[in-house]
Design a protein around this ligand. Structure first.
Ligand code: PEP
Ligand code: MN
Length: 339
């Protein structure tokens, strides 16, 4: 339920409501909007006396949250969330698009230090690259692990670009959180609830990829786990879902952007790379993502895609990325956004 405070409610009255909500065994999330503050009280409400809270001074009314996800829902927070990708760094969720780019995997120091400045020059917002890779086959390249994180950190020092990288297990969370600016949860881990809670307990923002067979409701409930654990900075990422179709690796459900905006305050980016699986489709899909109102994209760019150790078919090269950025800027203007 949402406890809506009166516009003139004092800090003490707000604190009293928080204490009361927590006394009932519920979790409280305070959301300060432009004209009033609300307290989202989530948890098992069987023993809660709503009337008692309603009578507290400074409370205007109590509204039930109808959606199954609560703190990820627009019912709780009308204003769209703006998230800093790094402290005092670029944000996501405004008219400025987040153009996140970089190779699928960190393969070597040379590879990352070659591509990172080119991405920066083309106008990228952040650098992506996997140090821990979730591979379908145990015989495929699994990533460089901590060495890969160190290379990414060096590229950040060189370019100033914040780093987005995947964390696959609870045991990696602390280490990845020390190096990275944004922690990525891969599609295969979207329903790894222990991992979601673990990234919810660390301070860096989380880029949460949609599971390849997950519904929007399951996706937002996964985000809810992270927020509930204490981290409100969740960026949703649509990376395509499994369908019967064979001309593309996944089917990119672009309309999810409109659906997310209707029901949630969280920013959403599109991954046109995994969403299509083919380098030749990436630019078109990026333009479509911007046109439909996504808050940004996450694109795989490799300095030499033909020799990429992972996802070779879908990575574009830096020259193609530059062109993608130029065309994206024009589409952005048409929908009142900037790159
Ligand atoms: C990736 O971003 O390289 C990746 C493995 O993506 P996904 O989890 O969407 O398959
Ligand atoms: Mn990949």
């Amino acid at each position: 339920m949402i406890v809506v405070m009166t516009p003139s409610a004092t800090e003490q009255q707000l604190q009293h409501v928080i204490d009361l909500v927590e006394e009932y065994g519920l979790k409280s999330h305070v959301i300060k909007g432009t004209d009033r503050t609300v307290v989202a009280a989530v948890g098992d409400k069987r023993n809660v006396d709503k009337g008692a809270i309603e009578n507290v001074e400074g409370v205007e009314k109590i509204v039930p949250i109808l959606a199954p996800y609560k703190v990820a829902s627009k019912e709780v927070k009308k204003d769209r969330s703006v998230i800093e990708l790094a402290p005092n760094g670029p944000t996501i969720g405004t008219e400025k698009l987040a153009m996140i780019a970089g190779p699928c995997s960190v393969e070597s120091r040379e590879q990352i230090l070659e591509v990172a400045p080119l991405l920066k020059e083309a106008g990228a917002t952040a650098l992506r690259g996997g140090a821990f890779k979730p591979r379908t086959s145990p015989y495929s390249f699994q990533g460089l692990g901590e060495e890969g994180l160190k290379i990414l950190a060096e590229a950040r020092d060189m370019t100033g670009l914040p780093i987005v990288t995947e964390v696959m297990t609870n045991s990696q969370v602390q280490m990845v959180s020390e190096y990275a600016d944004v922690l990525q949860i891969g599609a295969r881990n979207m329903q790894n609830y222990n991992l979601l809670e673990a990234v919810g307990k660390q301070p860096k923002p989380v880029l949460l990829k949609r599971g390849m067979s997950s519904t929007l409701e399951e996706f937002l409930l996964a985000a809810e786990y992270i927020i509930n654990a204490g981290n409100p900075n969740v960026i949703l990422c649509e990376r395509g879902i499994r369908t019967f179709e064979e001309y593309c690796r996944n089917t990119q459900a672009l309309s999810i952007v409109s659906a997310v905006k209707r029901v949630s305050h969280l920013p959403i980016v599109i991954d046109p790379t995994h969403g299509t699986g083919h380098a030749y489709m990436v630019e078109d899909m990026t333009l479509a993502a911007i046109a439909i109102g996504a808050d940004g994209v996450i694109v795989e760019v490799h300095p030499d895609p033909e020799h990429a150790l992972t996802d070779a078919a879908q990575q574009i090269n830096p020259k193609e990325f530059k062109k993608l950025m130029e065309r994206s800027a024009r589409v952005a203007t048409a929908v009142d956004k900037v790159l």
